[in-house]
Design a binder for this molecule. Sequence first.
Ligand code: TXA
Ligand code: MG
Length: 324
Amino acid sequence: MTEILSASSDGITRAAALLRGGALVAFGTETVYGLGGDATNGSAVAAIFAAKGRPSFNPLISHYPSAEAAFEDVRPSSIALELAAAFWPGPLTLVLPRRPGSRVSLIAAAGLDTLAVRVPGHPDALALLTAVGRPVAAPSANRSGRISPTTAAHVLDELVGLVAAVLDSGRCAVGLESTVLDLSGARPVLLRHGGVTAESIEQIAAEVSLGGVGNGILRSPGQMSSHYAPSLPVRLNATSAANGEGVLAFGPFAVGSGPVFQLSETRDLIEAASRLFDGLRWLDDEGERVALSGIAAMPIPDVGLGRAINDRLRRAAAPRPGGG
Ligand code: TXA
Ligand code: MG
């Protein structure tokens, strides 16, 4: 079954040995839990796609303990070097041209000539990556199309029996995935809003195009419109709740009869981001308990981390292919 490892030095050593042996290990990062496999091992990478039920055309991020290690597999531009110095370790993923000698398996990058690389900010993740000594491919540790996990318990809900182990490093502080920035073309293109705000990237890289967000089916194959989907329908920009709806609140809310999950009483976007996926999961569970008809999500300002929150909420509310 699935071993639950504490993030002690023994736990990290065990997790690293499993990864080096080709097994899958979920591990905490500052953004969300990742479903890790040795990125240089084609069978391990194929097992990641199988465990998630992820389409094989959707490439994976490779994770490294340092920028130097990452840049062994991709060719950094001067902006990439500046962004890496500013934001790594941290919630930023850079898409760069793959080096010809890159160790990363071709299926990890879905056959593209670019590779997404990231140095995560969580100390346990860095210790694990250092111990593995190879790039670790890791998508979020959820079933494809579902809500990303921000605790080890969420990972077990999604993938128990499908991963060799979960390294429990507590609750993810950021709670949303990394920002994905494509630096492989003439001009930087933001492919996914995430833990590093577009505004803070723009302070270093001028003329970032936001054109990749939302229409990313071509440039970032993972940006399907329906994603992060709870079982219940989600209604956006709700200013009141109908009977039978649960509420995802952002600040004071006129309490109705249904359950309320407060993202942030003080309307703090950092706090709200860190609680978003938890809230969607909680309301979904409440929905089963007390038969809710849906989730009413209060409006969130579309600035800073609010853009990443709104992106995830729009996907949670999007019509689902196949109705589920
Ligand atoms: O915070 C995160 O980024 C987490 C943690 C575990 O690091 N990982 C994560 O991975 O969210 P995933 O697979 O759920 O999302 C990766 C996104 C997908 O939208 C994928 O299409 C895009 O990055 N991506 C990966 N490689 C790419 C490439 N070469 N070109 C364009 N987009 C790429
Ligand atoms: Mg994901």
